[in-house]
Ligand binder design. Structure first.
Ligand code: HDE
Length: 726
């Protein structure tokens, strides 16, 4: 278990709370659930040792009954997730804007529990599905729990909660045959999207590499909706919440993602777990975009529309704190599975906007726990308990843990002296922001929500060329899997409202033409969607054309911390060079694994000390690494050069645009690959053969160049020109 570098008083409180419910069987006797010591847990009670089992066997029945009831319903969305404990440290006093105590006192450290997830797949599905990722943070504050239940993308598919069941029914496996699992590439999803023009912006995000994170630790997080902050005097501002990872925002390639799903479906879960166990605690900066109330209507979009971002060029993100995840859960079910988030868990000083998506979520999150966690007492499950006491007149229900004392369970009362009391504002009682509302009761959407395409275009225009190509490829893949032609056609029409070039490229890939008009209008039930006048990107003169933070090309690329490096080696390897590169990579924070043709040990050319092999070519794959190094040594390179799996490993690493390094006398291994033919001729002094392919006979230069290459994460420009059949 990793040592807890950031232990604090606040964190200890939550840890102590959890410990009361923790069970450790070390050195203990086996008992029944009622404390009876068990003498034999491996043989059922029978009439003779070859006879029938007896109904009397209460031990067998208790064990099997409990087992029969072990599963609970999985989350209807975000079923697959992994979580970690940590701490939030405020470094900027925000009392000017909010009275939330955990955002006022910079000496405070607030314990957190964070669950990352995919949306569509079931609990046992793959981590690397093309999907949005959930990013849900529970802050255990001194004023009760605050849950920031966000995603790794800052916008959403729909503008109104009432469409959510349709969206999810469309993306989940199709109801007649439950195919496909954890994938949006099928007819029902694109049928819904092609009838829902407001999804255009989110579709750009979902088809971008943001949907294929390299790691949960390398994702941004967003609160998505506009919320409110309210200060001590009752003044309110609008706010958007952001998480920015210190390791930068990085992704994998789509082909790679599909391979990882086979080689290691737990790739993200394992990555988070391993990093925390190794003491490489992931960290995010917490930031806010603040908009004064009086500026509510100054933007080209509506702040209440969850399909819109506030570009950072218009309102910068102010960093106010850091979150560090420093402890893995002790028990997946008790913590990660039973944690219950709710957008309605707020503290005084944080309030809601009228975003119609947010408003609907305020209903959904308690409701879903009633079925998932079996009743209204899910707040008593240890992971959900606040660090402050709970006092109210709610009582009873399935699995109630609290033994409430006294006669009264009503208020107002005199019998208990009026307890528990309502807390006034000065005593820290929550009061809703008294927003003035004068309105007609209608089922309508505001006209200010109708521009569905401008920010989709802004997103596309802000991408680097490789990122744009990935979006085209993703759309071509997804629509290529759609069998109903009219759905493809409608999608091409909608894509053309974002960008003609995008629509044309996708149309070409799926062998269709972009229609000039829709044969049939879209969703007739929604006037805004049925009106073709709304179908175009309105990029006004003077509007923002590009927004830098939207492209991952502009992310942090200054370190290789926790990057996984494969060292391909066999008997006779140049062990000195292997050790030197390994030491340099590890000193820079990278993680090295020796990969050979078989498990066990390999011998080096310089010493008798056997080198342990971490993985064999059979048990791993290049897709599980960020970069590859091939050390020299004549026997090792001869074996690798002749081994198809080793050559495949290198071809695939090249195809996925990863950094590759080789000793000068291992160049022959690279030459045996498909891309080897394309490598320029070199003398042995050459150091960088092409972008991201580093060769040298000077081991110090090699290590430095290699580490610099790994910092770049990927050489995406390599992709188009140099496709490799791997
Ligand atoms: Fe959720 N969402 N959601 N959602 N959501 C759930 O709650 C829902 C939405 C998000 O790790 C459910 O406990 C509705 C947006 C995350 O446990 C459920 C609507 C965003 C998680 C639910 C939305 C999210 C959930 C399922 C439209 C990003 C996982 C199980 C109005 C800002 C939390 C559960 C975890 C989970 C409903 C839209 C994020 C059914 C009705 C937008 C990260 O209550």
């Amino acid at each position: 278990m990793a040592t807890d570098k950031n232990d604090t008083a606040g964190e200890n409180k939550k840890v102590a709370g959890l410990q009361q419910h923790t069970e450790d069987s070390t050195g203990q006797f086996l008992t029944t659930n009622h404390g009876l010591k068990i003498n034999d847990d491996q043989n059922s009670l029978k009439a003779g040792n070859r006879g029938p089992s007896l109904l009397e066997d209460f031990l067998l029945r208790e064990k099997i009954t409990h087992f029969d009831h072990e599963r609970i319903p999985e989350r209807v969305v975000h079923a697959r997730g992994s979580a970690a404990h940590g701490v939030f440290k405020l470094n900027k006093d925000m009392s000017e804007f909010t009275r939330a105590k955990f955002l006022n006192d910079t000496s405070l450290e607030t314990p957190v529990f964070v669950r990352f997830s995919t949306v569509a797949g079931s609990r046992g599905s793959t981590d690397l599905a093309r999907d949005v990722r959930g990013f849900a943070v529970k802050f255990y504050t001194e004023e009760g729990n605050f849950d920031l239940v966000g995603n790794n993308m800052p916008v959403f598919f729909i503008q109104d909660a009432i469409k959510f069941p349709d969206l999810i029914h469309a993306v989940k496996p199709e109801p007649h045959n439950e195919i496909p699992q954890a994938a949006s590439a099928h007819d029902t999803f694109w049928d819904f999207i092609s009838n829902t023009p407001e999804a255009a912006h989110m579709i750009m995000w979902a088809m971008s590499d943001r949907a294929l994170p390299r790691s949960y630790r390398m994702m941004e997080g967003f609160g998505v909706h506009t919320f409110r902050l309210v200060n001590e005097t009752g003044k309110s501002v609008f706010v958007k919440f952001h998480w920015k990872p210190l390791l930068g925002v990085h992704s994998v390639a789509w082909d790679e993602a599909q391979n990882i799903s086979g080689k290691d479906p737990d790739f993200h879960r394992r990555d988070l777990w391993d990093a925390i166990e190794a003491g490489d605690f992931p960290q995010w900066q917490f930031g806010v975009q603040i908009v004064p109330e009086e500026d509510e209507h100054k933007f080209e979009f509506d702040l209440l529309d969850p399909t819109k971002i506030i570009p950072e060029e218009l309102v910068p993100v102010t960093i106010i704190g850091t979150m560090t995840l420093n402890r893995n859960p002790d028990n997946f079910f008790a913590e990660t599975e039973q944690v219950a988030f709710h957008v309605g868990h707020v503290v005084p000083g944080i309030d809601f906007s009228n975003d119609p998506l947010l408003q609907g979520r305020l209903f959904s999150y308690t409701d879903t726990q009633l079925i998932r966690l079996g009743g209204p007492n899910f707040h008593e499950i240890p992971i959900n308990r606040p660090v402050v006491p709970v006092h109210n007149n709610q009582r009873d229900g399935f699995s109630r843990q609290t033994i409430n004392k006294g006669k009264t369970a009503h208020g107002p009362n005199t019998m208990s002296g009026g307890c528990p009391f309502q807390a006034g504002k000065v005593q820290g009682g929550f009061t809703s922001f008294p927003e003035k509302i004068e309105a007609h009761k209608v089922r309508e959407r505001s006209q200010s929500f109708f521009d569905h395409f401008s920010q989709a275009t802004l997103f596309l225009n802000s991408q680097s060329e490789p990122e744009k190509n990935h979006i085209i490829d993703a759309l071509s893949f997804e629509l290529g899997k759609v069998e109903t032609l009219v759905i493809r056609e409608r999608m091409l029409f909608l894509l053309a409202q974002i960008d003609d070039g995008l629509a044309a490229a996708v149309a070409f890939a799926i062998g269709m033409h972009v229609p000039k008009e829709l044969a049939k209008q879209l969703n007739q039930n929604i006037p805004a969607d049925a009106d073709p006048e709304q179908y175009r990107s309105i990029v006004k003169e003077g509007s923002l054309q590009r927004s830098e933070p939207l492209s991952m090309a502009n992310t942090i690329k200054d370190n290789i911390r926790t990057r996984k490096i494969a060292l391909l080696a066999c008997d006779g390897v140049n062990d000195k060079n292997l050790a030197a590169v390994k030491a340099a990579v590890e000193a820079a924070g990278g993680i090295c694994e020796v990969i050979a043709t078989k498990l066990g040990f390999i011998s080096g050319m310089n010493s008798d000390k056997p080198i342990p092999v971490n993985k064999s070519l059979l048990t791993t794959g290049s897709v599980l690494y960020d970069a590859v190094y091939v050390p020299g040594g004549i026997n090792s390179t001869a074996t690798l050069e002749a081994d198809p799996d080793a050559i495949h490993f290198l071809n695939e690493a090249f195809k996925h645009c990863k950094a590759i390094a080789a000793d000068a006398d291992a160049l022959q291994v690279l030459r045996a690959t498909y891309f080897g033919r394309k490598l320029p001729e070199s003398n042995d002094e050459e150091t960088v053969l092409m972008e991201g392919v580093v060769v040298s006979n000077n081991i110090t230069t090699l290590a430095t160049n290699f580490i610099n290459a790994v910092k770049q994460h990927r050489f995406w420009d390599r992709e188009k020109a140099r496709k490799v059949p791997a």
